[in-house]
Ligand binder design. Sequence first.
Ligand code: NAD
Ligand code: MN
Length: 361
Amino acid sequence: MKKQVLALGGDGIGPEILDQGLRVARHLAMRAGVELEVTLGLLHGASWEAHGTFCTEEVLEQARASDAVLVGAVGGPQWDDIRVKGGAERQDGLMYLRHHLQTYLGLRPARAWGPLLNRTPFRAGAADHVDVLILREMCGGAMFATERGQRRVNGLRQGHDLTAYDEAEVARFAHGGFQLARRRRGRLVSCDKSNVMESYKLWRTVVTEVAREYPDVAFENMFADNCAYQLMMRPHDFDVVIGCNQLGDVLSDLTAVYAGSLGMLPSACLSGGPDQASVFGMYESTAGSAPDIAGQGVANPVGTILSVGMMFNFSFGLPDFDALIERAVMETLQAGVMTPDLGGTATGTAMTDAILERLGP
Ligand code: NAD
Ligand code: MN
């Protein structure tokens, strides 16, 4: 089996953690008899510096021709306020790819790791074995507002981003959520602010309609503010939580608290539901480019490495590698090989060495 992967390091710690992820990808590919063809490219700030655009057409075409895209991380203060003519997707390399490849289903699994529980703010026993999947809609909502800008209203400066979702965008995303819930513990919470916002009223209506097609999944609507509170107060009661682009972004960093570090969280953005044998996806750590620790070699590679497992699962149709990687990560943590964000002194390379060792030949 041959698989084509486009690897985009991006900015800050991005290239460092991508390198570690690729080491694991190559190792597992060899083991699985997958002929892995990796093409390297630039994204966001790195692309801006080289080409004056956050994502070139060439990179987009290479992504289209690939089975999957593996990303390090993007962003940095020097590029945050650059305005490019065009829509939201023009301002950010990752959003450009998400938009054009329609990778709408954002999976952000967050779990507790025994050896890291003392790094969390939870009291003993309160977060043991927690395992929650936050699903973030990746292609619509306020972040992709077509009506946006800054203007003067009554002499005052006003910034505005129109939040809009149509029923097709919500339905395809919700279907993905219910299909994933079926593969897990069969529970799904949809969060919104339909008590105060019109776009969320439609969101709730559509998700509730889709839920009727999945009577075997225990379904509940929850207001997002309360949901954030409940996720921290009774994390064991949650399985899959779905939310719009913006709420999903915030909730997935919130649930990183279960893991003890933002650097532990993987993500996948899929262009189709999980019930397909293999689906195009973009894979990256949930966290950002961490400019505060870039270039020191101490970035935690686990989020990227776990994302590689998701790539094998969803885009290569090889589901067993997820669990294999998780076990090797767990054993590495148990052996105390940890980067500084986890309280250890290992470099990202050393932590990856330890994970590779435990993955076996
Ligand atoms: P961040 O996620 O980069 O960092 C938040 C904190 O977590 C920092 O203290 C950082 O050191 C730490 N951290 C993150 N990843 C880590 C890792 N792998 N190992 C160890 N520590 C890690 O968020 P930020 O500082 O708010 O944003 C920095 C830049 O990243 C911004 O330009 C932002 O736009 C961008 N960003 C990109 C993505 C992405 O590429 N998907 C996601 C979020 C933010
Ligand atoms: Mn985020």
